[in-house]
Write a new protein. Structure first.
Length: 522
């Protein structure tokens, strides 16, 4: 509601995606679309029953089907069409027909028949099999790029309700999972996809994994976020320009800018450091890219220098020494950084212990607050990481110095070593949900894995912002009250700290670190 009221954005997310896909298909992929239409027309013209379909009707039908294609592509070959692909194509066609602007919608069925190999190609007065295969192949080659260009490179910068959701492989319309769904997904993964990759950052992610972990915390504090948006609007108002008789940048772009600033806020600036100018330069590159990718007021092809200047001017004013922005938002930035640290450690543990093969992108051993490329492809200080790797400081002390990122590296290192020492457990262990008990049971995700006499127990916190009483980590035993986990019998030992664990109180399990990875067995 806050997003809609602040920005006046019209249209539900699925509608915006369909509109964007149709727009991108007809503008950025116009030549590919015409080739596809020509292919389908050639097939139609070969049969007297379909030769009356017009080029206009075929183009409209293809646009409508592609706009409603819910995934990147189908995988139809010369083999019999799988039930999954059949359902996918039929579903997209039926959705297109329901809202089609065409009076005769049998052209959609004709396109579907070509895609599904249901057109007769033998005998006189029939289209050639090669023409049908070419149409099917080109259709499948087109839907993927259209989805990528429309969703990742356009709508992700237009629909900005909560930008931590706007990630490659993600869905901005989907707000997370319940614990039961999370466990069900991982049970299925352990059974069907135990060796699939688990990636949390790549060269192509829209923002760093720990910037996303921060911004996800906003969903836990809507009242505070509302106050922040109103305060930000007041700070922006004196610095807005007028472009085409409207305030610039507009409210939607300002909504994106505030989230981007909070997600990437440098740790040095949390306590009044002097990195504001370097931060401004990074943010300016991001802001210009975001505005051009959104293609609302400017673009890479048709630049609007006045609008871009208004946006970068606002950014410079906000991060200038006289604006008051840094002082006004430093408390919220620090809260998000603390909750984001817990979220980031939880995510790191899950990536390294859930069924699957973890992937670690360059430099993300420390906190990853990068923006979209080219920001996330800057040189990595490997010497600093090597020095930290050789440091034997206890994990508890590293947590107290959490801004330097060494605690994330320590967790990663210890769990990778444990994976190397017990490969079968991590690769082929089963997955069993473990339910917490007590007043904060919903704030912990826990599970066990077992293989060949070896067992792993993992517990990580979630939704912790209400438990944070001050600016320190760990949260402290008192934060968890009577919440506990039923520890199965065994000689459990923490895989990160090496400490033994003999009880399931979360206050004790999370006393040293806000995460727990326990292992037992030979």
């Amino acid at each position: 509601r806050l997003y809609r009221r602040t920005t006046d954005l019209a249209g539900a997310y699925p509608t915006l995606l369909r509109q964007t896909k149709a727009e991108i298909l007809e503008l950025s992929f116009a030549s590919e679309l015409e080739v596809l239409v020509s292919d389908l027309k050639r097939i139609a013209d070969a049969d007297r029953r379909t030769r009356d379909y017009t080029v206009f009707a075929m183009r409209r039908a293809i646009v409508e089907i592609v706009a409603r294609f819910p995934v990147y592509r189908s995988y139809v070959t010369d083999e019999p069409v799988s039930a999954e692909d059949h359902s996918l194509i039929e579903g997209a066609v039926e959705a297109a027909k329901r809202r089609s602007a065409l009076p005769d919608r049998t052209v959609h069925d004709f396109a579907a028949a070509a895609l599904l190999g249901e057109i007769e190609t033998e005998g006189p007065g029939r289209p050639s099999g090669e023409d049908v295969r070419r149409f099917r192949r080109r259709f499948q080659q087109l839907t993927g790029p259209v989805m990528a260009k429309s969703l990742e490179d356009t709508l992700f910068y237009r629909y900005v309700r909560l930008v931590s959701l706007n990630e490659v492989g993600g869905d901005p319309g989907h707000f997370g999972l319940s614990l039961s769904d999370f466990h069900a997904a991982n049970t299925e993964r352990a059974r069907d996809w135990p060796y699939a990759m688990i990636a949390t950052a790549t060269h192509d992610t829209k923002r760093g994994e720990d910037a996303r972990a921060r911004l996800a915390a906003l969903s836990e504090m809507p009242d505070r976020w509302r106050e922040a948006v109103h305060r930000f609007e007041a700070l922006c108002r004196p610095h807005l320009a007028t472009v085409a008789h409207r305030p610039a940048p507009d409210a939607n772009d300002r909504y994106l800018l505030l989230q981007a600033l909070l997600g990437a806020w440098p740790l040095d600036l949390l306590d009044g450091g002097n990195e504001a100018e370097a931060f401004r330069e990074r943010m300016e590159g991001y802001l210009l890219k975001a505005l051009r990718e959104a293609k609302r007021h400017t673009s890479w092809v048709h630049g609007n220098e006045r609008y871009e200047a208004a946006a970068t001017g606002l950014l410079a004013a906000l991060l200038g020494p006289e604006s008051g922005f840094l002082d006004a938002f430093r408390p919220l930035a620090r809260t998000l950084a603390l909750v984001g640290t817990v979220n980031g450690l939880s995510r790191t543990v899950l990536k390294l212990t859930l069924p699957g093969i973890p992937d670690i992108y360059q430099g993300t051993e420390f906190w990853d607050l990068a923006l979209v490329d080219p920001d996330n492809r800057r040189p990595v200080d490997y010497e600093a990481r090597a020095r930290a790797l050789a440091d034997e400081t206890p994990a508890e002390a590293l947590l107290a110095a959490w801004p330097d990122g060494r605690i994330k590296q320590r967790v990663t290192t210890r769990l990778l070593k444990d994976r190397a020492a017990h490969p079968a457990l991590y690769a082929d262990g089963d997955y069993r949900p473990l339910a917490a008990r007590g007043e904060h049971a919903r704030r912990v995700a826990a599970f066990t894995r077992e293989h060949g006499g070896e067992r792993l127990l993992v517990a990580v916190p979630r939704l912790v912002s209400p438990l944070m009483r001050d600016d320190r980590l760990p949260l402290g035993p008192e934060a968890w009250g009577d919440t506990g986990l039923p520890l199965p019998p065994g000689d459990w030992r923490d895989a990160i700290t090496g400490a033994p664990a003999s009880e399931g109180s979360l206050g004790e399990l999370f006393r040293a670190l806000p995460i727990a990875v326990l292992r037992t067995g030979t």
